[in-house]
Design a protein around this ligand. Sequence first.
Ligand code: AMP
Length: 216
Amino acid sequence: MKLIIIGSPGAGKGTQAKRLAKHFDIAHISTGAMLRNEMRNRTEIGLRVADTMNAGRLVPDEIVTALLAERIQASDCRNGFILDGYPRNAAQAKTSFDVVGNIDRVIDIIAEDTAIIERMSGRRVCPSCGCMYHTKYTPPKADGVCDECGASLIQRDDDKEETVKERLKIYHEATAPIIDYYSSMGIIMHIDGMQDIDRISELLISELEKYRSEKL
Ligand code: AMP
């Protein structure tokens, strides 16, 4: 099964994508995570995209598309995959057919900007073990310190409030229009991202199971 998950930054795409990937035994491909990995490893690509990513802007299409084309050759993609963070604009949506072929379903997670700003700007991450916290909803036991490994928590540059606002602006301008494109193809599934996280997973899994059994 080949899926795409779309939604504003912070709408919960990553969490749902992980769960769906596990349930359907498909690969979870996050272009944002792949790019952050390039930055962490200080590769040529990583160094090229660092400023753009830290400012919350989109990196050039050809860089992301090339990374994706290579990633889908991996053996964990044999049953399919869920693309999280790609496509991000109309050009990528058009190219995606050449790169990944036909898509079964596109999931659109709908969330309000004000809630997104609160969710993302409160996010803190442990640079050492990757644990995630939220200053209001899931704070660490000691302020600014990771419960698991004791490292000092940081705020990712692209989670800073001004950057989040910039990312939302880009989402509404560049990414949201591709929802109409997939709607016209009749493959979109909309879901309210303000519901309980488990409830969202349950609804998505049941809808996709239904789709899968009808398709087989
Ligand atoms: P994400 O983790 O999906 O929110 O992505 C983090 C950042 O990576 C974005 O703000 C962009 O700078 C970059 N990025 C991720 N996916 C893409 C894409 N498909 N096209 C362009 N830039 C991307």
